[in-house]
Write a new protein. Structure first.
Length: 138
């Protein structure tokens, strides 16, 4: 899996999450929405590794996680993202929703329509979503 694959996967999973939401699959839509950000952050990590360079062991080890806050820390965009959060209340609200996602949400059976809708907006909204911001830096 390379950076381009992760970028394409993020876009694909967002479309799938939107399709599930429209079909009433709120649990799946919520889960896939978080996975979108995981893929996008991992694309940011991959951007740091140049062709033929041997990656730093700690970067690699810390990248093998589903924890979005930890991925942000190793993404190479944390400082820029924190600056953006200070100047953008809507983006800050989106991150506050997205950062609480966990891969264990794949087992959730009680995600409400509102929670799924909020997560989709926090991830993909063109004006305040986390994914559009990350796309500028991946």
């Amino acid at each position: 899996m390379n950076r381009s694959d992760l970028q394409r996967l993020a876009d694909l999973r967002l479309r799938e999450a939107q399709t599930l939401f429209t079909a009433g699959g709120f649990d799946g839509a919520y889960y896939l929405s978080g996975y979108v950000i995981e893929c996008a952050l991992k694309a940011c990590v991959a951007r740091q590794i140049r062709e033929y360079d041997f990656p730093e062991k700690r970067l690699v080890e810390r990248s093998y996680t589903h924890n979005l806050t930890q991925l942000l820390e190793v993404s190479g965009v944390k400082v820029l993202f924190e600056e953006a959060l200070r100047g953008n209340e809507a983006l800050r609200l989106s991150w506050s929703i997205v950062k609480d996602w966990s891969e264990t949400s794949r087992y959730a059976l009680d995600v409400t329509e509102k929670s799924a809708q909020d997560m989709l907006a926090a991830v993909g909204d063109a004006a305040s979503g986390v994914l559009p911001w990350l796309k500028k830096h991946w």
